[in-house]
Write a protein that binds this ligand. Structure first.
Ligand SMILES: N[C@@H](CCC(=O)N[C@@H](CS)C(=O)NCC(=O)O)C(=O)O
Length: 223
């Protein structure tokens, strides 16, 4: 039996969604974030030394890192579903977006989250202007331009095909959901990028996505 170690409001929601799409039996072990720090509880370190979510256990196997979990689940339970056949241009696109999500899309979004927090952090009043100036400078010169360039790129890519890996929905779309939901919640993804917004509404309409939300509990990008 697969156990998903699921942290509320996290990337782990994608694995829940994939499990629902595949229709394989699984159980969920839930973890709540520390209300002050928003970090995962220490119990997750007993499952994997980094103490992050998602992690799955399946018999003797433990797999961490969302992209690796997606590949493991498709290899083991996929039966050729949700992934284009090897050797096709669609498979290359699949691999590209599977890695792009965590390797390229998430870093500037995470930096934005951190620097937004730095900007409003409680610090002594006399250093507040300095802290704010540094946060503004990094955001303006590095973070915002990178996010914009990536969103423009993704918007343009979806002009050529409805899903990230071609004409069919795939697990690459599942992997891309977290950065794009984060971008919609707090990084300027909106009406000016209609194809990405349409893609978001199409993934949200999938029955398995909705079932995963019911199983997963709180999932909002507001924090
Ligand atoms: N690249 C990793 C990132 C894992 C990660 O940072 N997970 C976050 C949840 S979105 C986490 O566990 N945060 C809590 C913490 O760092 O304590 C993946 O995709 O699995």
């Amino acid at each position: 039996m697969i156990t998903l170690h699921h942290l509320e409001n996290s990337r782990s929601q994608r694995v829940l969604w994939l499990l629902e799409e595949l229709g394989v039996p699984y159980e969920v072990q839930r973890y709540e974030r520390d209300r002050k720090t928003m970090l995962a509880p220490p119990e997750l370190m007993a499952v994997h030394p980094l103490g992050k979510s998602p992690v799955i256990t399946d018999g003797d196997v433990t797999v961490a890192e969302s992209g690796a979990i997606v590949e493991y689940l498709l290899d083991t339970y996929g039966k050729d579903r949700l992934r284009p056949p090897p050797g096709t241009p669609e498979r290359m696109q699949f691999t590209y977006w599977l890695h792009f999500a965590e390797g390229s899309a998430m870093p500037p979004l995470l930096m934005k989250l951190v620097f937004d927090k730095v900007r409003t952090a409680p610090v002594p009043f006399f250093i507040k202007p300095v802290v704010k100036a540094i946060a503004d400078k990094v955001t303006k010169s590095f973070i915002a331009p990178n996010i914009k360039r990536q969103l423009d790129f993704m918007e343009a890519e979806l002009a050529a095909r409805p899903w990230f890996a071609g004409s069919k929905f795939s697990a690459a779309d599942i992997q891309m959901s977290f950065p794009l939901e984060a971008a919609a919640a707090r990084a300027g993804l909106g009406k000016s990028r209609p194809r990405l917004m349409d893609w978001l509404s199409r993934i949200h309409a999938r029955p398995a996505y909705k079932r995963a939300l019911e199983v997963g509990g709180p999932y909002s990008m507001a924090d």
